[in-house]
Design a protein around this ligand. Structure first.
Ligand code: GLP
Length: 240
């Protein structure tokens, strides 16, 4: 795993945006795997700035998001569809009909998950997957467990994740207890992965991701088995 150590959050955002911008120039019709959470917000802002400056275009891009709460309506302010529109899609020239987020209202999650993976595969696969990391080492919403699931699926959120994400909701009780997530296999199929992490609260997960073991109790450790992962982080996340 390659590591880019940054001085601060702003630099993390710029480094991440630079990698995406390079891909957009090299392959304008690329497939992006996008992530939510507070960490990539700065990177999306950088990309919006580059687009406004005429440096990049999203007009031929297709995107697939990592995860979505379940059940949740796409119009709910805390849905990941709403987040992506508000933090990126509404501000660039992406064709929204080519932006995909798992359907948080589907009545047939199993079918939806399989169809999501099949659509990614039919589109040619994700060229660049953006990831954040949970404090417990989750990627997407693949939570620590005895076994990890390969394909896109519905999962129950751990109390740790519900607690961590409750800051975005009126109360902890309002956080959905389930979510759709790309599976570990779906994520590992991406040709290239960038993982953004900042702050001491991510240090334990980052340290475990960088040790020499792969364990389902810290899902991000599987990334060691991927040939092209770049960790973009600050010193607090790296060294504690
Ligand atoms: C959320 C998301 C993840 C994200 C992580 C960290 O629950 N499902 O995709 O990477 O938790 O979020 P944050 O960047 O806000 O710390």
């Amino acid at each position: 795993m390659k590591i880019i150590v940054c001085e601060n959050y702003n630099e993390i955002s710029k480094e991440g945006a630079k990698i995406i911008a390079d891909l957009l120039r090299e392959k304008p019709d690329c497939i992006l795997g996008l992530a939510t959470g507070s960490t990539p917000i700065g990177m999306y802002k950088e990309l919006i700035g580059m687009y406004e400056a005429g440096e990049i275009s999203f007009d031929r891009v297709t995107s697939y998001n990592l995860d979505e709460y379940y059940p949740i309506a796409p119009t709910h302010e805390q849905s990941y569809r709403y987040f992506m529109n508000a933090n990126l899609f509404d501000h660039v020239n992406i064709d929204k009909t080519k932006t995909f987020v798992p359907n948080g209202l589907t009545e047939d999650p199993e079918k939806e998950g399989a169809a999501y993976d099949a659509a990614i595969e039919a589109a040619g696969g994700v060229d660049l997957q953006v990831l954040g990391i949970g404090q417990n080492g989750h990627i997407g919403f693949n939570e620590p467990d005895d076994a990890l699931i390969a394909g896109t699926h519905i999962t129950s959120l751990t109390d740790n994740t519900i607690e961590a994400n409750s800051r975005f909701f009126a109360s902890k009780a309002d956080v959905p207890t389930k979510a759709f997530t790309m599976g570990i296999g779906s994520i590992m199929k991406a040709k290239k992965i960038i993982l953004l992490a900042n702050g001491t609260n991510k240090h334990a997960a980052v340290a475990q991701m960088l040790d020499d073991k792969i364990t389902t109790s810290c899902p991000a450790t599987i990334l060691k088995a991927h040939p092209d992962v770049i960790l973009i982080c600050d010193r607090a996340a790296l060294n504690g």
